[in-house]
Write a protein that binds this ligand. Structure first.
Ligand SMILES: CC(C)(COP(=O)(O)OP(=O)(O)OC[C@H]1O[C@@H](n2cnc3c(N)ncnc32)[C@H](O)[C@@H]1OP(=O)(O)O)[C@@H](O)C(=O)NCCC(=O)NCCS
Length: 378
């Protein structure tokens, strides 16, 4: 029997999951039952990844083993580097990442997806190699040499090192690590869902992740952090904030970085990112871009707050990535470095009891039309 149609499947449960929980009215997000604020304060991205994958925190031994395994799989084959070198330098980083991840699947066949060893090894490989691919394209498209990963550095320290070849700044690496924790997972979002549709055919995990990357690229999902920075740059000065927002809203245009399908209060991840930005800029000196962002939030709240539209996770993350020297068009790829954990956690969970996704449709076409031969159609 056909259920009521819900465009975009809004409110329709697509799966049962223990990976994460969100309450958009109360502003609560939990991974494996642990509040996001606690993870942001006390955990690391790799520990959080273990939590997502196993639904519990690791013991010391398990954490050391998992971190070592990830660190030892950071390198990419020179043929993957060659593939990245062949891509146009003005191409979108998400397309480069999607192509390279799909190619990884040819080097590391993982067809026996129900085998726990295959699941573990491909999970470790993807989490380890996605940052290396992103950093390689960031440098290679400028004509710089790729920097080889170092396995003595943490996940985020190593990523910043691969971008700049400079000794990593531990506070900046901590800021990035927290951003990765906050972006690692968010229940049944579009990119996770598209990965699960691919996974439901028992496709290999590289195909699953490349499907998710394609979905994350869109401006309604992973593209907003980039657009927030572009908006702040176009506003330019504090005095222009109010006229800019008024003009946009009068034209019935959306303010990027505001609003969320689930949250009707301020996104808890935006609150954490804002505190992080405050700490960073108190230590490193003021950031005009951050100050402008705060002003946009203040004035935006005045216009949109009473409609339940507040800043989302993408509002402050771009300002932080920009401060790290990351190119603006790479912000969705940083999102992917984090979200690969959530995608794979759902992939592993779904394989415990897989069902091929094959939804119905409501047919809106015609019936019993006669076939007119081409020659008679004019
Ligand atoms: C994220 C988003 C797609 C969720 O929206 P949604 O739940 O599907 O809600 P809708 O787009 O249907 O909007 C509902 C109403 O709120 C308004 N609204 C939603 N987001 C808004 C925004 N950022 N600025 C101004 N108005 C907004 C819509 O104009 C609409 O108003 P109306 O009822 O008067 O027509 C939407 O808020 C958006 O496009 N935000 C900007 C892009 C962004 O930041 N994306 C990153 C999300 S993490």
């Amino acid at each position: 029997m056909m259920q009521d149609f819900s465009p975009g499947l809004a409110g329709v449960p697509a799966t049962k999951s223990k990976v994460s929980f969100v309450d958009g009215q109360a502003g609560v997000l939990e991974y494996g039952g642990i509040r996001i604020a606690d993870l942001a304060e006390h955990s690391s991205f790799l520990e959080t990844t273990f939590l997502l994958l196993k639904n519990r925190l690791p013991t010391n031994t398990e954490f050391d083993q998992f971190s070592d395994d990830v660190a030892h799989h950071r390198r990419i084959k020179y043929r993957i580097t060659d593939l990245i070198k062949c891509l146009p330098e003005h191409g979108h980083p998400m397309d480069a990442l999607q192509a390279a991840v799909a190619a990884l699947g040819m080097f590391y066949p993982a067809h026996d997806v129900l085998n726990p060893e295959v699941q573990y090894l491909s999970t470790v490989r993807l989490i380890a190699k996605v940052p290396t691919i992103v950093a390689a394209y960031h440098r290679l498209r400028r004509g710089d040499e790729q920097i080889q990963p170092r396995d003595d550095l943490s996940h985020s320290e190593n990523f910043l090192y691969m971008l700049t070849e400079k000794a990593p700044d531990s506070f900046m690496a901590k800021v990035l690590d927290t951003c990765l924790i906050l972006h690692a997972e968010h229940t049944m979002n579009a990119s996770t869902f598209s990965g699960l549709v691919t996974a439901s055919t028992l496709a290999d995990p590289y195909s699953v992740v490349s499907s998710s990357i394609g979905t994350l690229k869109g401006p309604l999902h992973g593209g907003a952090a980039q657009e927030v920075v572009e908006m702040l740059e176009s506003i330019g000065v504090r005095e222009q904030v109010r006229p800019y927002l008024k003009k946009k809203l009068a034209a019935k245009e959306k303010i990027v970085g505001f609003g969320h399908r689930i949250y009707k209060v301020k996104d808890p991840r935006a609150t954490i990112l804002q505190q992080l930005a405050k700490r960073l800029f108190a230590q490193r000196g003021p950031s005009p871009l951050y100050e402008l962002a705060e002003e946009v939030e203040l004035v935006g709240e005045e216009f949109l707050g009473q409609k339940g539209i507040h800043v989302n996770v993408d509002f402050y993350s771009g300002v932080l990535y920009k401060t790290m020297g990351i190119d603006t068009d790479f912000f969705p790829a940083i999102f992917a470095i984090a979200r690969v954990s959530g995608w794979l956690a759902h992939w592993v969970e779904q394989l415990e009891e897989n069902h091929l996704f094959r939804p119905g449709q409501i047919y809106t076409g015609t019936h019993s039309q006669s076939y007119i031969p081409l020659a008679q159609r004019g």
